[in-house]
Design a protein around this ligand. Sequence first.
Ligand SMILES: [Zn+2]
Length: 227
Amino acid sequence: MKISSSPPSPQISKAINDHSNTSIDDSLLISEGLLFIRPLKVTHIEHFNMPITNIKTILKSKNIPNKYRCRVRVVDYIPRKIVNFTRPYCTVCKKTFEKSMDNSLVCCNRCKSTGAKIKYAFLFSLLVEDNSKCFLPIIIFEIDKSEFLGLPATDLKNPKDFEELKSRLKKLWVFKTVSDNYCVNENKKLTLTHSRTILCGNIFDVCIERYKNTQGIRQKVFDTRII
Ligand SMILES: [Zn+2]
């Protein structure tokens, strides 16, 4: 199905609404025990009148670039360490580079710029899923400050900045420890307990732009902020 960028024409809007009504039922839809009901207010999006498109439809669409509103939850993220969610950004080269965790002078490895020519940027990717059981990596790339997080971009070496970031991300997901019991003999006298940590994502709405660059097809977050 072809989906236009905002604003959709009335006919397309109706078609999309009909489609989303069949794919997402706010009151009833269950995905592996997870209710994709109207989410708790986790994010504010600018385009709340935009219909919800599921990931399966987005992946099938050949209409690139395009903009969508999705209802998703986080299942994974990269980089692995939250402290690496920001990177130094060279305003001359217009590229980010590796962060060093020692206190050496921050210097662009391409043009050797330092000082005010170097800013910080949030650059990380969230792997999200929705009720269509498909996955989509979405990129957050924001220089100097993040509208999505409502935070300034820093090197995150100050524990206060790091804690603030973690507290913002907690709105999207938390880690929980679950225990599984295994009976190891027939009369159930001996059980083993195995604990594991799982990522529990909250359902939230997000606006994404799908585009193509030299590396392939990407999706980035826009006009969305965590409340
Ligand atoms: Zn540079």
